[in-house]
Design a protein around this ligand. Structure first.
Ligand SMILES: *Cc1c(COP(=O)(O)O)cnc(C)c1O
Length: 293
């Protein structure tokens, strides 16, 4: 998929002035690379879509929840690459479609709503797993997703000591681990109960937790859960840095970074790169007025 023929255009945003405890803090603004195929999703999708092209598939099939960043990104990326797309959505069809589903539909995606049980057990119609359909696992999880995510680091300089990102399936973290061998990689889980996550990341990157770690202290109650404290922080962070974050992933990442820095977790000569993995569209599921942006 050639959305960015010249490679990643992601901007480095320097916020070091706000964190004198460390030498440098940069934010890699993947949220800005595309209005819809935002954040890490484009990177995770690219090699799947190349593969689908090579196999002469006509339709991309994938899975996600009604507010899924992956669903809307897949719909847009599939269309841009000349594919039809089908989204298998967790749960019954809602009376009112989320803005995420509406937007995905505008990119031509068709939907199948399946029960949570079937969704969680990967039970989908068999036809969707065979030609001319091309199946991409929920969240772009998998080897090709991780290989694509590794290319997030194609453009930025590598003289960081720490690289931190939010974790859902762990595919992005696995890709970064494969690519960045001399840095300390820090993943912050947006999920509460996912005991097999470490093992899955190890499986995807082929490396045990030597230069990487998974932190589970900042999930705020679990996936897509939040507390007033998190929302307050996200508003303050935006006022201070001008960087919007989402409440599912990047808000929790920045909160964690902030808390750890205040607690002098990092050595004073640390050079930190925070990956802004996008996902801002998910904030539309929040009650109006909570966020100042
Ligand atoms: C999907 C997503 C993640 C999680 O990526 P994984 O590769 O599944 O760990 C992180 N941040 C944002 C904004 C996302 O949309």
């Amino acid at each position: 998929m050639q959305v960015f023929p010249n490679g990643s255009p992601a901007r480095i945003h320097d916020i070091s002035a706000h964190y004198p405890q460390v030498q440098r803090v940069h934010v890699l603004r993947l949220d800005e690379i595309h209005p819809v195929i935002s954040g890490n999703k484009w990177y995770k999708l690219r090699y799947y879509l190349d593969d689908a092209k090579g196999l002469d598939a006509t339709s991309i099939v994938t899975m996600g929840g009604p507010w899924s960043n992956h669903i809307v990104a897949t719909a847009a990326a599939a269309k841009a690459s000349g594919f039809k797309s089908i989204g298998i959505i967790r749960g019954e069809e809602p009376a009112t479609w989320s803005t995420t589903l509406q937007q995905a539909r505008d990119f031509g995606m068709e939907f199948h709503f399946i029960s949570r049980h079937d969704f969680d057990n990967d039970i989908i119609p068999e036809t969707y797993r065979a030609h001319p359909y091309y199946f991409i696992p929920a969240g772009g999880r998998g080897r090709k997703g991780a290989e694509g995510a590794a290319t997030i680091m194609d453009a930025p300089a590598r003289d960081y000591t720490h690289i931190a990102c939010a974790v859902g399936t762990g595919t992005m973290l696995a890709g970064l681990i494969r690519r960045c061998r001399t840095q300390q990689l820090m993943g912050f889980s947006a999920l509460k109960d996912h005991p097999e996550l470490e093992e899955q990341i190890t499986g995807l990157c082929g490396l045990g937790a030597a230069n990487w770690s998974l932190n589970r202290d900042f999930h705020f109650g679990g996936y897509a859960r939040y507390k007033p404290e998190l929302i307050r922080f996200m508003n303050e962070w935006y006022d201070k840095t001008g960087i919007p974050s989402d409440f599912v992933y990047t808000g929790k990442l920045f909160f964690a970074f902030h808390a750890l820095t205040e607690g002098n977790y990092f050595p004073s000569d640390a050079k930190v790169l925070l990956i802004h993995s996008g996902g801002l569209q998910g904030n539309r599921s929040l009650p109006k007025g909570l966020l100042s942006y």
